[in-house]
Design a protein around this ligand. Structure first.
Ligand SMILES: [Zn+2]
Length: 312
């Protein structure tokens, strides 16, 4: 009897998912790797390979900080190879400035130089494969605190044939990643497992929150764009995260395909300090009430404390 009940419930769940087809882009920032300062080559390389294995079959895109290719004063061949691995496996690459410059901290001209320095290796690398460098992701999602700066950088990017890669599912994954790195260094396997499980729950809750936000803003769901980083946490936890997303009905699509959705042509009059979700930028432009933003999941205190981070 119990087995039948379980089967009936499972079938119900499957049918519910079948009618709810959803789309998402997986974008991975700070390539080739976030944590070069906190791991040896022999630790990082297998993590990098696990991350790429988890992404197998998904049209993911990675955003590169070229300054990370230099170790000390030397160009690092094994770090370069990490980028080549992304391309060899069929993923896209984009520019994320050379040294993760913050547009809200440096003059616009300096920011523009960091964009150009961020393509010195990348553009020829893609060119060898008859691919164009076409995507740019703003570090910290900082797009300019005033209209003039934002417009200037937008024009600069367009003049260099870049399209901006937005994010809808912004999140505090980087905080989990810091805590996870410490748990790895402490060889605390129980804590690692607890962090991975909580991370997956948290990210799913974030995704659900932005599904609801899109529903209120567009009266439908839109293709979501998820931001994560190339780090040890995702090397270990991304398979589980992708599994729960697939169960929720997500198919993973390329960035260009998502941006073809008319939602991404929505007016954006957001000029502010925060590096926030594009859904929130559109909601602010449309003057949604405060209640629209309520209920967004936050990183729990125990993770913040482990990571040594005051807040998101
Ligand atoms: Zn970044």
């Amino acid at each position: 009897m119990r087995v039948f009940l379980w089967m009936a419930l499972s079938l119900g769940v499957l049918i519910a998912h079948a009618v709810q087809a959803r789309e998402m882009v997986i974008t991975v920032d700070d390539l080739p790797w976030v944590e070069f300062a906190h791991g040896t080559r022999s630790e990082i390389q297998p993590r990098h390979r696990r991350l790429l294995s988890a992404l197998k079959g998904i049209p993911a895109i990675g955003f590169v900080n070229e300054a990370k290719l230099v170790d000390g004063a030397q160009l690092s061949l094994w770090r370069q190879q990490m980028l080549i691995d992304w391309l060899d496996r069929g993923f896209e690459l984009g520019n994320h400035t050379d040294n993760h410059n913050d547009l809200h901290q440096v003059p616009a001209e300096q920011f523009e130089q960091s964009i150009l320095r961020g393509e010195r290796y990348l553009r020829p690398l893609l060119g060898q494969r008859q691919q164009a460098l076409r995507w740019f992701r703003h570090p910290y999602l900082h797009t300019g605190m005033d209209a003039a700066t934002r417009e200037r950088i937008t024009q600069f990017l367009a003049a260099h044939d870049y399209q901006v890669a937005p994010v809808t599912v912004d999140n505090g994954e980087w905080i989990y990643a810091r805590a996870y790195l410490l748990a790895l260094q402490q060889r605390d396997r129980a804590l690692q497992a607890r962090l991975r499980a909580d991370y997956v729950d948290y990210m799913l809750a974030k995704v659900v929150f932005f599904e609801d936000a899109a529903q209120r803003q567009f009266e439908r769901e839109i293709p979501q764009i998820l931001l994560i980083h190339a780090n040890a946490l995702n090397a270990d936890a991304l398979p589980d995260l992708l599994t729960v997303l697939r169960i929720r009905g997500y198919q993973f699509i390329a960035l260009a395909q998502a941006l073809a959705d008319p939602a991404y042509r929505h007016d954006d009059q957001f000029f502010g300090r925060g590096g926030i979700s594009w859904l929130h930028r559109w909601a602010l432009t449309d003057q949604f009430p405060k209640s629209h933003y309520e209920g967004e999941p936050s990183v729990p205190d125990w993770v913040l404390q482990l990571a040594g981070v005051d807040g998101e």
